[in-house]
Design a protein around this ligand. Structure first.
Ligand code: B3K
Ligand code: ZN
Length: 873
């Protein structure tokens, strides 16, 4: 496979103004007729050949302006279809046959639980018909769907239904028209035996929009939360960005087999059922929040992505980074904002930092790719969102909003670039954002070394910041970035933020300084007392910040910092310092001793009377094994596991009564509601329970048992089941797992949780359980949710996946090899943990590389090929 380069971009030779499609649905042989209204692109020469993309299509007929083409007038090529001589403006008619039932890649038109559905982003439309399948070709669509009336009573596509009727042979049809020009990746079709839940929304300008969620009949009771989230998101986008919905109908469909979370097809969003269905008995608080976020995300794409789309796939973050930022702000507004930020950053620093440090590191705007399907990454999405957040903070919300208005107005109906977006922000704010653009082209996580000194005699605080970005594949040398650093100086006497005066300018008590050079010194004057600096407040830039904090400094910030995010981060840093010692002790076979300062800091936390219980729960949560691993030069999975468990148990032993008290104080009898206050109390209670269970405290065990049996809501049940399953006592794990598995055998989304919980257990039988469960009737290798729940989850089980006999690696490689044939996109994602071999000891490196080599020996899809080649480069 050959790479595609950003620098090779050219406008398409021909554009499509209108697309007419007719689908005659059949599982084995669907016929697709396409009539494309084509014309030469004004920027391109006359007389160029017409080249269309097409994969796995069986061409049955082709005509131009009604004249069938002879065999010598067109050619089927590796890419698709070429016609050498075409007029300036013409109609192209084609008819192809495709086989949805054989489509296990879940790209293009495929079958899922008896229904037909599509996934076209990024390049799936070319598996439906011959087409210029690129985002800068935007056309209006008119789509007729024909299907069996009895088995496919519902026939959906983008836009509005304009005609329907019966056909001979017990068939029927519906014709849909989408008046908004769109690229082919936003096309969608759904046909099946579905039921709908309906609601309505009145837009700001008073138009009525019909809202429909389509599901299988048994899921009719699981759509309330998605519907409520959709309405909140529609209102939020009107109030926050002035963006109104633009069709009379907005549909969401839940599909069981789906590669990603969801897809923003115009007027017809298709969702992985896991990203839309909820019920208090089947979905956790986290799942409720995820659904709200994804529903909003896909809805927001209607403007950031659909009305204004990407010129080419290198600009993917233009729509994804911006839309993630929009959904993050929406969720922060509807939930507890500080805890939202803590969750985002804690995930980001674990997963995106690891990606940025690994062999598949790439800039937020890559300059080449082999398979674009491999670039739906944490870097494009989450780092892209962090860049947009920095922009918002740099120019301020008002200028940012003006810039966004300008962007939507100027580029409506167009396919544009990241420069177009940032350009609007520069114009609206009058700021120079040239250096800032490097964030888009430079891969890798910048590291900042900070050093501060207080001059008592003169009341001066000097802060020196040095930045460097490590080399990443293909980018050995990096340039200095423009890094906004929000900070405060916390007075050690008063515990209050001190007034900041920089170069004679008063900046208030919480300010942003701009690091633009490799090294810069900031001199604060009139600093009344010795401070501890609180740096990078709110995670104001996606960087690693090193400052030689003492444990006393960190305990002080944990108690006093006015920035909630940095208070949490101080606690994490403090725990990490203690963990470092314990990891070393474990490796050296020395007795482990708990740092009393951590115990005291936690005791103080447990004594605080806060109304943000969700934040307190986060503060009481130790850094994950994965995050601890990120901080180590070389990952020692066993030492990390042992050290973390030791800290947890030491805290539980020392603070047992406090944890019990917190547990009791946060029990809820009220009916379940996914609301911030309840969610906060539940998280706090369940964190307390996890400490008690870490020492297998008798009272704790009893509480977990009762919580499991009370069956009040899935958050509580899942936490109890997890703790019972992860305990060392088989008499606790097995009965609970059995009861749960029998009760929920009929519900695939709950069975996914049941799979994950068992294969995440730290006991050494986890691998055997994976093998055993792969034969379970509820498991299927062709369902991505199942693969993620069982195999993906096991690969996060650090001690067991990284077993020294290499059996964990071997199992993953076996599955990747099988999925490479069935579903390359999922295979390429699943292999990720093996590609991080550089981080481990030599024995594990050898084992991991051997599995990568074994995969390389197969006939590989472009997806897996690209990842493996990078991993072994
Ligand atoms: N835009 C889709 C991504 C689908 C990509 C599949 N290869 C989901 C989203 O970001 O909203
Ligand atoms: Zn998106």
């Amino acid at each position: 496979p050959q790479p595609t380069y950003l620098s090779d971009y050219r406008a398409p030779a021909y554009r499509v103004t209108h697309t007419e499609l007719t689908f005659d649905l059949d599982p084995a042989a669907t016929r697709v007729k396409a009539r494309l209204h084509l014309e030469r692109h004004p920027e391109r020469q006359a007389g160029e050949p017409l080249e269309l993309d097409g994969e796995q299509l069986d061409l049955k007929a082709i005509a131009i302006d009604g004249q069938p083409l002879g065999a010598d007038e067109y050619a089927l090529t590796e890419r698709g279809l070429r016609v050498d001589r075409v007029p300036e403006r013409f109609l192209l008619d084609t008819e192809v046959e495709i086989a949805p039932e054989d489509n296990t890649a879940l790209e293009g038109l495929y079958r899922s639980s008896g229904m037909f559905c599509t996934q076209c982003e990024a390049e799936g439309f070319r598996r439906i018909t011959f087409y210029p399948d690129r985002p800068d070709v935007m056309a209006t669509f008119s789509t007729t769907v024909i299907g069996d009336a009895a088995s496919l009573p519902v026939l959906l596509s983008n836009g509005n239904p304009v005609e329907r009727g019966s056909l001979p042979g017990e068939r029927h049809f519906v014709t849909w028209e989408d008046p908004h020009p769109k690229p082919s990746y936003l096309f969608a079709l759904v046909a099946g035996d579905l039921k709908k839940v309906e609601d309505r929304f009145i837009t700001l300008s008073g138009r009525e929009v019909s809202l429909q969620i389509w599901v299988e009949e048994e899921n009719l009771g699981k759509t309330d939360h998605a519907m409520a989230s959709l309405k909140r998101a529609m209102r939020w986008d009107e109030e926050t960005y002035g963006r109104e919905y633009d069709l009379d109908l907005f549909m969401i469909v839940a599909v069981n087999d789906f590669n990603m979370g969801a897809m923003e097809n115009k007027g017809l969003n298709i969702f992985n059922s896991a990203a839309v269905l909820t019920h208090p008995q089947t979905a956790t608080d986290a799942a409720f929040q995820r659904v709200e976020g994804i529903v909003a995300h896909e809805y927001f794409h209607n403007w950031s992505g659909n009305r204004v789309t990407c010129r080419d796939w290198f600009q993917l973050s233009l729509k994804e980074g911006f839309t993630v930022f929009r959904d993050q702000c929406f969720s922060a507004d509807t939930n507890s904002a500080p805890v939202k930020r803590i969750e985002e950053v804690s995930f980001f620093r674990t997963a995106q930092f690891a990606e940025d440090a690994g062999p598949t590191a790439h800039p937020v705007r890559p300059d080449h790719y082999i398979e674009i399907g491999n670039f739906y990454t944490l870097t494009i999405y989450e780092k892209g969102a962090e860049i947009v957040r920095m922009l918002r903070n740099l120019v301020g919300w008002e200028a940012f909003r003006r810039g966004a208005d300008r962007y939507f107005a100027r580029f409506d109906g167009q396919a544009v670039t990241i420069e177009d977006f940032v350009g609007c922000m520069a114009e609206a704010s009058g700021q120079d954002l040239d250096q800032f653009m490097r964030w888009y082209s430079q891969a890798g996580t910048p590291e900042i070394d900070a050093h501060g000194e207080y001059d008592y005699a003169n009341g001066v605080y000097r802060l020196v910041l040095r930045q460097r970005t490590p080399a990443t594949p293909g980018q050995p040398d990096k340039q200095a970035l423009h890094i906004p650093i929000r900070l405060g100086l916390v007075g050690t006497k008063t515990g209050r933020d001190l007034a900041l005066t920089l170069d004679g300018e008063a900046l208030g008590r919480d300010a942003v300084i701009h690091l633009r050079e490799d090294e810069q010194e900031f001199v604060f004057t009139d600093v009344e007392e010795a401070p501890v600096p609180s740096l990078l407040r709110g995670f104001s830039a996606p960087v690693k910040l090193h400052y030689p904090y003492s444990r006393e400094d960190l305990a002080f910030l944990l108690a006093n910092d006015s920035d909630g995010f940095n208070r949490w981060d101080a606690g994490q840093r403090l725990a990490l310092l203690a963990l470092d010692d314990l990891i070393a002790a474990h490796r050296n076979g020395v007795e482990k001793v708990m740092d009393p300062r951590v115990v005291e800091a936690f005791r103080a936390l447990l004594d605080t009377d806060t109304d943000d219980k969700a934040v307190l729960a986060e503060m009481l949560t130790l850094p994950s094994e994965a995050y601890i691993a990120e901080q180590q030069p070389l990952v020692d999975v066993d030492a990390i596991h042992a050290a973390r468990l030791f800290v947890k148990q030491s805290l539980a032993l020392a603070l047992r009564d406090d944890f019990l008290r917190v547990y009791e104080a946060n029990r809820l009898d009220a009916p379940y509601a996914p609301e911030p206050e309840q969610i906060g109390a539940r998280s706090l209670k369940n964190v307390a329970l996890s400490y008690l269970m870490s020492i297998e405290d008798e009272e704790g065990i009893e509480l977990a048992r009762r919580q499991f049996e009370a069956d009040h809501n899935m958050s509580d049940v899942r936490q109890a089941l997890t703790l019972l399953t992860h305990s060392s006592r088989g008499d606790l794990a097995d009965p609970a797992l059995r009861a749960f598995g029998e009760k929920w055998a009929h519900d695939p989304l709950v069975m996914d949780q049941w799979f994950s919980i068992q294969v995440m257990r730290p006991q050494s039988d986890a691998l055997d359980r994976v093998k055993f469960l792969m034969d379970h009737p509820a498991f299927s290798l062709t369902n991505p949710n199942k693969v993620r729940a069982l195999i993906g989850a096991f690969a996060q089980n650090r001690v067991n996946f990284h077993r020294l006999d290499g059996e964990g690696y071997k199992l993953l490689a076996d599955v990747v090899i099988e999925l490479n044939r069935l579903n390359p996109e999922i295979a390429a994602r699943l292999v990720t943990p093996l590609t991080r071999w550089q981080r481990f000891d030599e024995a594990r490196q050898t084992l991991m590389k051997a599995e990568l080599e074994r995969i390389r020996g197969e006939a590989l899809s472009p997806n897996v090929y690209e990842v493996i080649e990078k991993a072994l480069a």
